[in-house]
Design a protein around this ligand. Structure first.
Ligand code: SF4
Length: 87
């Protein structure tokens, strides 16, 4: 169970969606994202030039998602979990 909660979640390509029912697919995606914070809880808002999602260690450019926060994440935004990319 722990491996499901800590596993990196990437949106599945359309052709891999659950053929049984789209709501089941949505439910599975929500379950897999359950460990992530909501945008409201982390003060997701407009970023600043030197601290925004695009230069955060948790940002995933390919999918425009975040390891820590649920949903679509824009690279110009920011939240209080922000941490710089390690060099
Ligand atoms: S600033 Fe927050 S929302 Fe943006 S990538 Fe980092 S942790 Fe995710």
């Amino acid at each position: 169970m722990a491996s499901i909660l800590t596993r990196k979640v990437l949106p599945r390509p359309r052709w891999e969606s659950n053929p049984i029912h789209p709501l089941l697919d949505l439910w599975i995606t929500e379950m897999m994202n359950e460990h992530k914070a909501t945008k409201d809880s982390v003060d997701y808002s407009q970023g600043m030039p030197k601290s925004h999602c695009g230069i955060c260690r948790y940002y995933e450019f390919d999918t425009q998602t975040c390891e820590k926060v649920r949903g679509h994440i824009h690279p110009d935004m920011w939240c209080k979990l922000w941490a710089p990319i390690e060099k």
